[in-house]
Design a protein around this ligand. Sequence first.
Ligand code: SF4
Ligand code: SF4
Length: 263
Amino acid sequence: MTENSKPKVGIFGLTGCAGDQLQILNCEDHLLLIASQIDIVDWVMAKSDNDHDCRLDIAFVEGVVATERDLESIKAVRARTDFLVAIGTCAVWGGLPAMQNDIPRHILQEAVYHEKAEFLDTVEARPVTHFVPVDYLLPGCPIERHEFLALVRALLIGTTAELPEFPVCWECKGKENLCRVVHFGEVCCGSMTRSGCGARCPSHGVACSGCRGPLEEPNYDANITMFADRGISWKKIGEKMANFSAPVWMTMGLEQEVNDDNR
Ligand code: SF4
Ligand code: SF4
């Protein structure tokens, strides 16, 4: 970026639902302000006049790598940008598309597309972080608008925004909700999930599904004990966390506990 010029920004989607890009569009009034501070040069979802080759200062990428084309795309974006942000739980942790990686692709393809399946080039769904170095991870399914805006503001002044390092439970207590585990005996992932959503689900009477992905250092021993005391097996918790972060969850050394029906 030359002095006094606006940073060149690209926003991209791999395999996913486009919900994170939609969240950016939903910033509405803020978006006009952002657009006055940055130069969005490549965003196929939002504009028709795009430069697909220019050098980028910042790239935001949503979705998983689930096809050979996705892999080519993420490598190309990484090669042309100085700063790469993975946006959304798919890009950060694998998200929903990775929840059935244990089933061979051809079985899934044939179940959905029948005789047309042979045209698909799908591979096991993996997060962007699995293939290229990523400079910043912005989780959420979809991302939180206030966290996206805080990050953009921070990048504009040459720094990055800090994400909360505490679990959803912390925000849930602040809302004075009754705990879904203690009071309702439900499988709630809040104690292991990174906060930032304002404990949205428990605040509406629904247990957390772990959509923002795991905290860096959840207290697994205390969690195992807490759930076991209430008759909830670690297998159930593992299965629920794996809905949004299967590739990482299964490399945390927890396979044994997750597969152990006795816990
Ligand atoms: S993280 Fe959620 S909102 Fe974003 S692409 Fe994946 S499924 Fe959609
Ligand atoms: S409460 Fe859990 S599932 Fe609900 S939005 Fe927050 S992190 Fe996602």
